[in-house]
Design a protein around this ligand. Structure first.
Ligand code: SF4
Length: 352
């Protein structure tokens, strides 16, 4: 059994089934997730006999970095190989001016949401990551002690792998685990409404919704999920969960983040900006605007700087809080899924 896949409570169940005290599970958990020790023989506060039992009955196989690409802006994309040879991506995004390092992690190998602008959607949907595999993307990075923020925005729809996502968030926020505060973690969804409602009840992490369109006509063209959960239903949910009367006060001091990827002559006109203002009215939120990074096999183009500023100006004029998120790592195939796609075509061994 690979202990990496177990949450702290699952580890406790295993250890108690061996008639060992439960604090042994805490000790093992801390060795793995806080100290980054994956060799049972080095877990020095465990008795020799207990370590031998662990060696005989368990393994600790951690995913490994098989390829990395560094951008001139300091962003590093890592290709991570899982136990079964499948690969996902994680991205290290430093902001030295702000003293922050954000890491973007993946939750699935491939993704079945089928967003037409996304390279990950072009890959075969292979499997969900375990909770351990999601959290381990932080554990295995060099200089992981520098990580200040986590965004769950890599390959996969996090809420399509809900239970493992929640298990991973528990390990990431646990004081004996990776010890990163929930308010420093953002989970981004394409809009699975039932899971959003559950998430805001069960987690203190932040929520981001990938909106990318101001109306159903545009959104349904690029995000098939919009046919199941159209914009009006999604925004109805946002109103509900941000209402002061809602039992779980996710409003706190940040509200909801909407992500809007601007694509040239598709969703970036002044009319689209005005429509966006209208549909988000009354929701405590901010909008993160991103310029589309052109990727192979997609018809979308990067918008001009002028149209982006114009779009931003309209939102601002109407009091809609927004930030233009500058693309990081453009020179290293920054689009999510690009490295993993490349890996399917080339030998990793030849690159690493
Ligand atoms: Fe999946 Fe996100 Fe890509 Fe949509 S954008 S296909 S949800 S990985």
């Amino acid at each position: 059994m690979n202990l990496l896949h177990l949450s702290r409570s699952e580890l406790k169940q295993l250890i108690s089934s061996w008639n060992e005290p439960s604090f042994r599970a805490d000790q093992i958990f801390e060795w793995i997730w806080n100290k980054g020790i994956f060799d049972f023989t080095q877990m020095s506060n465990l008795s020799k006999g207990f370590r031998e039992k662990l060696i005989a009955e368990c393994t600790l196989n951690v995913p490994k970095i098989v390829f990395e690409q560094k951008s001139t802006d300091g962003t590093i994309k890592y290709l991570i190989q899982l136990e079964d040879g499948k690969t996902v991506e994680s991205v290290w995004i430093p902001r030295e001016d702000q003293g922050r390092v954000t890491v973007c992690i993946s939750t699935q190998v491939g993704c079945r949401m089928g967003c037409t602008f996304c390279l990950t959607a072009q890959q075969k949907t292979e499997r969900n990551l375990s909770a351990g595999e999601i959290a381990a993307q932080l554990l295995l990075l060099p200089n992981r002690e520098k990580i200040t923020n986590v965004v769950v925005m890599g390959m996969g729809e996090p809420f399509d792998n809900y239970d493992h996502l929640m298990g991973a968030l528990t390990t990431i926020t646990d004081q004996k685990g990776l010890s990163i505060g929930a308010s420093h973690i953002t989970v981004s969804t394409s809009g699975l409404i039932p899971a959003i409602e559950r998430f805001v009840q069960e987690s203190k992490c932040k929520l981001a919704v990938s909106l990318n369109a101001p109306n159903n006509e545009i959104r349904s063209q690029i995000m098939p999920i919009n046919r199941a959960y159209p914009i009006e239903k999604l925004l109805e949910c946002m109103h509900r969960i941000s209402a002061p009367s809602y039992p779980r006060k996710i409003r706190r001091n940040f509200g909801i983040t909407f992500e809007y990827i601007l694509m040239k002559d598709f969703n970036d006109s002044p009319e689209h900006a005005l429509q966006l203002v209208k549909i988000l009215k009354g929701i405590p939120c901010k909008v993160n605007l991103l310029q589309y990074n052109e990727t192979p096999n997609t018809p979308f183009k990067r918008p001009s700087e002028e149209s982006v500023f114009e779009f931003q100006k309209i939102l601002r004029r109407h009091g809609l809080l927004n930030f233009l998120r500058r693309s990081r790592g453009r020179d290293i195939s920054a689009a999510c899924g690009q490295l993993a796609s490349l890996n399917k075509r080339q030998s990793i061994g030849a690159q690493a």
